[in-house]
Design a protein around this ligand. Sequence first.
Ligand SMILES: [Zn+2]
Ligand SMILES: [Zn+2]
Ligand SMILES: [Zn+2]
Length: 155
Amino acid sequence: MAVSNVDQIMLQAQNVCAENGLKLTKKRRQVLHALVMSTTALSAYELRESCKTETGDLLPPMSVYRILDFLQEAGFVHKLNLSNRYTACVHIACNHAHRFSQFLICVKCQLVTEINIPELTINNMKSDAESAGFELTKPQLEISGVCYTCKNKAA
Ligand SMILES: [Zn+2]
Ligand SMILES: [Zn+2]
Ligand SMILES: [Zn+2]
């Protein structure tokens, strides 16, 4: 996600952690910061690169995955299942409850936009699923497309 209020988001994440007895350690903060700053979804590998220390040391891959698990559980980060990449939630600094998420993903530049599905659409999806003998537990829609920037470039 591309944001202007990065400091506010990081502060809010810090507060949420404090309220829930969680620790936003320096490394967790680094990974979250990298995701908040990125307009595209990032792979664990790319995140590892972006969290290199001044001496060029990389985090062990397991640590990166553990940090990503933590950030997902805290509700700061979403995993895009189709591309196996991660993106910061656009609602970190919001006070409302998180609804089912829908992601629009540009197939050309990997730009990710998180949008909210209207309640009515979700209810329709639920009842359609139920008629098919299926209960929606954690629906997440990932929709591929082309962003306007890429579309205009191609034109
Ligand atoms: Zn979200
Ligand atoms: Zn919001
Ligand atoms: Zn694009």
